[in-house]
Write a protein that binds this ligand. Structure first.
Ligand SMILES: C[S@@+](CC[C@H](N)C(=O)[O-])C[C@H]1O[C@@H](n2cnc3c(N)ncnc32)[C@H](O)[C@@H]1O
Length: 290
């Protein structure tokens, strides 16, 4: 896997797995804080999103004088640290991605499920959770919705605002995490999670987001069922009985309007390499609060 793709898979869709040989590599016990800071400084210094990835960092460590075994041990430590600092590294990655001229990784069109599910609705207050560069928020705002979007990637927020201005629309943006955003009480006509890795089957999260919906308000989710070939910890493996309809079960406090569990090419699977790889299992849900 190309370096940047590897990092993307880690950030977007999975966790880091190291070959057994790396786990066995020996090195002096490293200072985690220093290791992390050096890696973040290197990430920030890379001009292009395609330049960031663990194998490039490994080459840099070796060029700096580490032996291959020491570099592998350093990467193994970084793998664990990346899990711990997921939001920080995610923000660096997405800020770089949205700032690059190469926007071929994801579709710039608004999400098709969102477009279809909202086309006959009276515009109201919408919340875009993980707004990215604003492709969905800008679409809804141009249809008259009052859209607020939040994201950890601040650079994405600025680009989303610019994209909205370019479309003659206005959106509000907030820097926040899924877990910390104040969803309020009966505040939103529509809350959507499109291609984001939010804790959408966690009961406490479901309760918090549901409280934020107005009566009659809609929740919309569209995303891969699980990260590529690796199930996320909070998602049961697709072969397990529990995985059947996990999403509607998690949101059974709402009225199920539409649910799809299907295969297709994801919105964030748009490079030729990705499209040729395989179809993803995708889940889409629309539910209403009563
Ligand atoms: C794959 S992109 C999807 C962006 C947008 N929803 C779309 O469909 O184009 C995932 C987005 O989630 C954001 N993100 C990652 N972790 C987050 C967190 N904990 N809280 C809020 N946003 C987060 C990223 O910065 C990124 O913009």
């Amino acid at each position: 896997m190309k370096p940047a793709r590897f990092l993307l898979a880690v950030l977007l869709l999975g966790s880091i797995a190291f070959p057994g040989s790396l786990a066995a590599a020996q090195s002096p016990s490293p200072d985690e804080d220093e290791i992390w800071k050096a890696f973040v400084a290197w990430l920030n210094a890379q001009p292009d999103v395609n330049q960031i990835g663990f194998d490039r960092y490994r080459a840099k460590l070796i060029a700096d004088g580490l032996t291959p075994a020491q570099a592998d041990a350093r990467l193994e430590a970084l793998g664990k640290l990346t899990e711990r600092h997921r939001d920080e590294i995610g923000a660096i990655y997405y800020n770089k991605l949205y700032a690059t001229a190469d926007q071929t990784r994801f579709t710039l069109q608004p999400n098709a499920f969102l477009v279809e599910m909202t086309k006959d609705l009276k515009p109201g207050a919408a919340l875009d959770a993980g707004i990215g560069q604003g492709r969905n928020a800008v679409y809804l705002a141009s249809k008259g919705w009052d859209v607020t979007g939040f994201d950890v990637a601040e650079g994405g927020l600025r680009i989303a605002e610019q994209n909205a201005a370019r479309a003659g629309a206005r959106i509000k943006t907030v820097k926040a995490r899924f877990e910390d955003f104040d969803y309020g009480v009966e505040r939103w006509d529509l809350i959507y999670f499109v291609y984001v890795d939010a804790p959408i089957v966690d009961p406490a999260f479901v309760a918090k987001v549901s409280a934020g919906l107005k009566k009659g308000g809609l929740l919309l989710i569209d995303r891969p069922f699980h990260p590529l070939d690796k199930p996320e910890p909070e998602w049961p493996a697709p072969t397990e009985q529990d995985a059947m309809n996990a999403l509607p079960k998690a949101w059974s406090n709402l009225q199920l309007v539409r649910y799809e569990d299907t295969f297709g090419i994801g919105d964030w699977q748009q490079t030729r390499e990705d499209r040729e790889k395989k179809q993803l299992r995708l889940v889409r849900l629309l539910a209403r609060k009563w």
